[in-house]
Design a protein around this ligand. Structure first.
Ligand code: AMP
Ligand code: MG
Length: 358
């Protein structure tokens, strides 16, 4: 199959292109498109066969459910059943936007979308290209992130192409995804709302509307939302993450030590840290220090870049747990697979120690 790539204006996409893309979706074909979070790989959510193609193209295990994207708040009624009031309340407040709601699945959505389960994830995206495409298709669009299974999510059309060229029909290139990390996933099917995956909509924002919201522990997260599995957001290289008040100094010492040991070292950090790192390390910028929006936007592209340069270790410093920082911490924590070193404030210079890491 030849994969076409068509550039579109992210704010005002050409209606003729969108009509073509919408027709492809309606007929059961696969179209990758930009959303405000990451690029999605879209298929007609009413079609069992079309959705099966998404799993094939991605090499995604069948037990990993897809998110259904809709064009209006009201369209949630087609996708779900016995929809609780709180879902309508949240939808009205946060849609269009980066919040995914897990509700009971309606019989009109094939089981395969939900990986056989009786719940379904639904979202109304804010990106003008995504919205125009869903409108034009005339059906809800099931779309996971448009990457091969196990790779990091794509935030640009060339990331999609690198992973899925020849496996899908069309890529709409609407430039970089403005947020850069996946949506917040909120499970509304239990006794109280549970965040399965942190994203751009914060827990505090959710609490303003629904009061009690809890955050799933990794084990519950994994059981209820398979896509949140650890390796899911990881680059190929081993990632070592440093956290806490003394993290920067210790991370820098670790970069030097790894270089001395002969490793090919990548650095994933803010401009200041990258500028201070030894020239032998391969630095990728996550923007200015404490700018979590920039870090989110740049994160996955930076990971892909370091993978393309075949570094064997990546050293990173976790951002503060505020704003988009929480979502970034979540992804980096998973990518580090437990290799997160907590560093308390260092009392004085000369006290930095490199923790023993394998
Ligand atoms: P992606 O868009 O690639 O991040 O994949 C969608 C993710 O949304 C899945 O991997 C799950 O983490 C989550 N998700 C989708 N459907 C459900 C569901 N029915 N219940 C819980 N989580 C879901
Ligand atoms: Mg994904």
């Amino acid at each position: 199959m030849r994969t076409r790539v068509i550039a579109v204006d992210p704010l005002a996409p050409d209606p003729a292109v969108i009509r073509t893309a919408g027709r492809l979706i309606r007929r059961g074909r696969l179209v990758a498109f930009p959303t405000e979070t990451v690029y999605g790989l879209g298929a007609n959510a009413r079609g069992e066969r079309a959705c099966a193609r998404v799993f094939e193209a991605k090499g995604r295990p069948a037990e990993d459910p897809l998110i259904v994207h809709i064009a209006s708040v009201e369209a949630m009624a087609e996708v779900g059943r016995e929809i609780p009031d709180v879902a309508w309340l949240l939808a009205t407040r946060f849609w269009p936007g980066p919040l995914t709601l897990v509700i009971k699945r309606s019989g009109r959505i094939p089981r395969g979308v939900s990986a056989g389960g009786d719940t379904v994830a639904v979202r109304l995206p804010a990106h003008p290209v995504a919205r125009a495409l869903i409108e034009a298709a005339g059906c809800p669009i099931a779309a996971p992130s448009a990457n091969r299974f196990g790779h990091v999510s794509p935030t640009r059309a060339d990331h999609v192409r690198a992973d899925l060229d020849g496996r899908i029909d069309l890529i709409l290139d609407g430039g970089p995804s403005p947020l850069g990390v996946e949506s917040t996933v909120l499970d509304l099917t239990g006794p109280s709302p549970v965040v399965l995956r942190p994203g751009a909509v914060s827990i505090d924002q959710l609490r303003e509307i629904v009061g009690c919201v809890t955050v799933a522990t990794p084990s519950r997260q994994h059981a209820h939302s398979p896509g949140t599995a650890t390796r899911h957001y990881a680059p190929r290289a081993r990632l070592e993450a440093f956290d806490g008040p003394g993290a920067r100094d210790v991370a820098m010492a670790r970069v030097r030590a790894l270089l001395t040991e002969g490793h090919r070292v990548g650095v994933l950090a803010d401009d200041e840290f990258v500028a201070d790192a030894p020239a032998a390390a391969i630095g990728t910028s996550l923007g200015q220090r404490n700018d979590s929006a920039a870090a989110a936007r740049l994160l996955y592209g930076a990971m892909r870049h370091l993978d393309s340069l075949a570094v064997d270790v990546i050293v990173t410093v976790l951002p503060r747990d505020e704003g988009l920082g929480r979502a970034i911490r979540d992804r980096l924590n998973r990518a580090a697979e437990g290799r997160v070193i907590h560093v308390p404030a260092l009392a004085a210079a000369g006290q930095e120690r490199t923790p023993a890491l394998g």
